[in-house]
Design a protein. Sequence first.
Length: 217
Amino acid sequence: MVVTQVFFIRHGSTDSADKRLTGWSRGVHLNARGQAQAEALPGRLARVPLEAIYSSPLERALETALPLATAKGLKVRQRHGLIELNTGEWTGRSLRALARLKHWRVVQTAPSVARFPGGESLREAQARAVAELEALQEEHPKGAIAVVSHGDIIKLAIAHYAGLHIDLFQRLVIAPGSISLVHFDSGSPRIVRLNDVGAWEDGVARSAAPGAGPAKV
């Protein structure tokens, strides 16, 4: 049996989480809680013989990956396919202001037909994330790798591998600093663990705020 183990890690907490749509914004760093979440990763994955660590090129993801890479003696390999949703003209805008827009409801309720103005559609984001993951599986036909990315990208990828329609992907919860595990047995995916937050939330992830949508952090 040939199994590739992919550990999906959402980057740690940032101060922008409930304030604005950060998208591809540069200069968004982990806050103190996010740094603590990142520093906890080596202990949480101490028994996992990772052979590679891949990350979104955004700072908040790289900062999350670094402590794990240091502990494992590995380099962080950046992959653009793992980057956050391209939210286009909405990047940097406050969530409160966006919530008043009619198109925001489309993004919330019908992701399959939603596109961020001047950015990408959620279908496009899912397709490029899955394409990146398929390439990584070919590079690592067996063994374990870590993929550090963003909440909605991880949800879109796991929804794809779980056979969940994209319009339902927001039913998944991927908290900051969480670990999810998917086994690929000769290409066939198995969702082994989802949204494991360890001791940080006493085993219970905090729910997203009511009405909260994609690409918040």
